[in-house]
Design a binder for this molecule. Structure first.
Ligand SMILES: Nc1ncnc2c1ncn2[C@@H]1O[C@H](COP(=O)(O)OP(=O)(O)OP(=O)(O)O)[C@@H](O)[C@H]1O
Ligand SMILES: [Mg+2]
Ligand SMILES: [Zn+2]
Length: 238
């Protein structure tokens, strides 16, 4: 994993600016002696979020930040979402598939970031990427050792995989090389025990129509589909 110098300084500043330990990373307790400061756990978490490839803007989303209008309009969806993300390790064991769909700006990516961060807290290994990147990694793995290592990490080590914008690999027909690579990647993933989370702007049934039958059936069989409705959260930020 590459760590740029800016990110390194950011990590370093977590302890350096910590008021609890005065930048040492530990403090002394009469009963327990030398105790690691909570700022060290913050660094570990920040590194893990980085390794999970979660965009920074989605790393700190909290469900409590959801607007009350959104909560009111999506009560059943949010209840189902809660049920599906309560015990992450159970979802990994089940090989569950959670599919979030809505028009743009309705908090899908934010909620995905929240689940992946929660996965870390529950001891599972998360990873985030967009569908086009997954297709690219599968294509490049044959000749690029870095792509190969990342792809193998996703297949072998990742427990909770988020694939965003799954319909954006709309490709002319099933038999183009990128499309084939994408479907091969999904087949590879399907053969491992993972909690898979996908997002789309289109209805799942429309997206699945684009898939080859063998994949479409597998993905329909296991998926819990949750749609969100309402006004884009982006407009209020614009
Ligand atoms: N209901 C909401 N309450 C609070 N903030 C929201 C809500 N919906 C969206 N936002 C905020 O609006 C911005 C866009 O949301 P986000 O990127 O999660 O949407 P999205 O559903 O993934 O959109 P897209 O389909 O375009 O990928 C983010 O900053 C997010 O935190
Ligand atoms: Mg999004
Ligand atoms: Zn500290």
């Amino acid at each position: 994993m590459e760590i740029g110098s800016d990110f390194y300084r950011e990590l370093e500043s977590i302890t350096l600016n910590c008021k609890k330990c005065g930048g040492t990373g530990f403090h002394r307790s009469a009963r327990k002696g030398r105790v690691q400061c909570t700022c060290v756990a913050k660094i570990t978490k920040a590194l893990a979020l980085h390794k999970a490839n979660i965009p920074v803007r989605y790393q700190n989303f909290d469900k409590r930040k959801l607007t009350s209008a959104f909560k009111a309009a999506n009560k059943r969806s949010l209840d189902l979402f809660k049920e599906q993300t309560d015990d992450i390790n159970a979802q990994v064991r089940n090989g569950s598939l959670l599919w979030l769909f809505s028009k743009p700006g309705l908090a899908k990516s934010s909620l995905v970031g929240w689940v992946l961060s929660r996965a870390l807290d529950q001891g599972a290994v998360p990873y985030y990427l967009r569908a086009d990147r997954l297709a690219g990694l599968r294509m490049d793995a044959g000749r690029d050792s870095e792509a190969k290592a990342t792809y193998q990490y996703i297949i072998d080590d990742v427990d909770v995989l988020a694939i965003e914008e799954i319909e954006k690999v709309y490709l002319p027909g099933h038999m183009t090389y990128p499309a084939q690579s994408f479907y091969s990647a999904l087949a590879d993933i399907y053969d491992t025990a993972k909690f898979l989370i996908v997002t789309s702007n289109e209805q799942p049934v429309e997206v699945l129509r684009m898939f080859p039958d063998y994949l479409g059936d597998r993905f329909t069989e296991k998926s819990v589909q949750i749609g969100f409705s309402g006004k884009s959260g982006r407009s209020s930020h614009a």
